[in-house]
Ligand binder design. Structure first.
Ligand code: ADP
Length: 227
């Protein structure tokens, strides 16, 4: 569950609020698309959810954790609840696919045995069986994004936030990534997809929230559905 209650964010040198009294409820297992033109406040929303930034005012509760009462030292715990993928993949170029995904488990103190068990399973889930020994540069853009999704999902977060995950991909690869996100959602993970793509919005029959000038200007169940 993601809950925002009148959340505002004003950056130090910001002329206007990047987010302006945004209230929002996303239930467990929902698949939500967030759209909005550049500067609408989408990245700010993401950075507030991952606690890279703190709100100027308002309340944020994610998975039962009230951010007001969360100690800064506990932020890594939160990051385990929320997986994030980005437009530019952010993979480590000198590590193999397996190592890129395993690192996420190493950091959170999993044993070698758990790593050897879990990494192949997640690579299978994202459709990269047999690619564990490849390096990112040997993969297509779509495959690299799958690695990033595997890395985000290997710790089994309750929530996956994808920030323009198809921004660097052609239409076929974009659609495959979106299909993977819907599959992850069907397995029980809440998915928040930030996208510019009207094609994706129109083809997915799901909730669409539109941000503009730091405010939610529409929030429509099945907002993308066009017959
Ligand atoms: P989007 O992701 O939808 O493009 P952002 O959240 O990046 O929107 O930006 C929302 C507003 O906040 C914009 O006016 C942007 O210029 C401003 N902004 C974003 N990050 C910062 C920052 N670190 N410092 C000052 N202003 C910022």
């Amino acid at each position: 569950m993601i809950l925002l209650d009148r959340v505002s964010k004003i950056y130090k040198r910001g002329l206007r609020p990047a987010l302006d009294k945004v209230s929002l409820h996303i239930a467990p297992r929902e698949f939500v698309i967030i759209v909005g033109v550049s500067g609408a406040g989408k990245s700010t929303l993401l950075r507030l959810l991952t606690r890279e930034e703190k709100p100027t005012s308002g309340k944020i509760v994610v998975g039962g954790i009230d951010y007001d009462t969360l100690d800064d030292r506990d932020t890594p715990l939160l990051r385990r609840k929320i997986g994030v993928v980005f437009q530019d993949f952010k993979l480590l170029p000198n590590r193999t696919v397996f190592e890129n995904v395993a690192l996420s488990l190493e950091i959170s103190g999993h044993t070698n045995r758990e790593i050897k068990e879990n990494v192949p399973k997640i690579l299978e889930l994202v459709g990269l069986r047999g690619k564990g020994k490849s390096f990112p540069r040997q993969l297509s853009g779509g495959e690299q994004q799958r690695v990033a999704i595997a890395r985000a999902m290997v710790r089994q977060p309750k929530i996956l936030i994808a920030d323009e995950p198809t921004g660097n991909l052609d239409s076929k690869n974009s659609w495959e990534i979106v299909r993977l996100l819907t599959k992850i959602n069907k397995f029980g993970t809440t998915v928040v997809l930030i996208t510019h793509s009207t094609e994706i919005v129109n083809r997915l029959n799901t909730r669409v929230i539109t941000l503009d000038n730091g405010k939610i200007i529409s929030d429509i169940a099945n907002g993308g559905y066009r017959q």
